[in-house]
Design a binder for this molecule. Structure first.
Ligand SMILES: [Zn+2]
Ligand SMILES: [Zn+2]
Length: 170
């Protein structure tokens, strides 16, 4: 779905889409889309900018940040963001959007693809340190084995994190 940023007639268009995994390339190694993404929302064409507001439900598979196992995650979130094309953007608009507490994205083209917006929002909303479980033991730093599945006989130095911090100061 293409959105014309120069359409400034005050109109609002709603959408309710199902986006196939093959239509969204996340461009990150940290997560993959596993199933259809549901996107419901509205595009409002204001005077000098366009507001996109939507709710996204994306079935993802994210790598555990410690053991790298794949975790199924249903990522659900809402966002609201304003877009302006290069020729529309003025300082007054930036101030106006700021007052409304709206995040402004700047587009070089006069048209944006809703799929690009969805991709960007999914990546922005990925958890910073996903864990397969709270007490994930991670990988052995010597043999690389997954310590959740089996312990190994490697002699790992049990370093106290406080001492490790001091070590790094040297
Ligand atoms: Zn893990
Ligand atoms: Zn090991």
């Amino acid at each position: 779905m293409k959105i014309d940023l120069n359409r400034s007639d005050g109109s609002t268009t709603t959408f309710d889409l199902s986006v196939k995994p093959s239509d969204i390339e996340l461009e990150t190694d940290l997560a993959r889309v596993k199933d259809d993404i549901s996107v419901k929302g509205a595009v409002s064409s204001e005077d000098h900018y366009t507001v996109i507001e939507a709710e996204i439900a994306a079935p993802l598979e994210i790598d555990c940040s410690r053991c790298l196992e794949r975790i199924p995650v249903d990522q659900e979130f809402a966002f609201k963001t304003a877009f302006a094309s290069a020729q529309q953007l003025t300082e007054e608009i930036e101030v106006e959007l700021d007052l409304q507490d709206l995040e402004l994205s700047f587009a070089e083209e006069d048209e944006i693809d809703l799929r690009d917006v969805i991709r960007e929002q999914i990546v922005l909303n990925l958890p910073a340190h996903p864990l397969c479980r709270e007490d994930c033991k991670g990988l052995c730093e010597i043999c690389g084995g997954n310590l959740n599945k089996a312990s190994c006989d490697c002699e790992r130095e049990e370093t106290d994190p406080r001492w490790a911090a001091l070590k790094n100061l040297k």
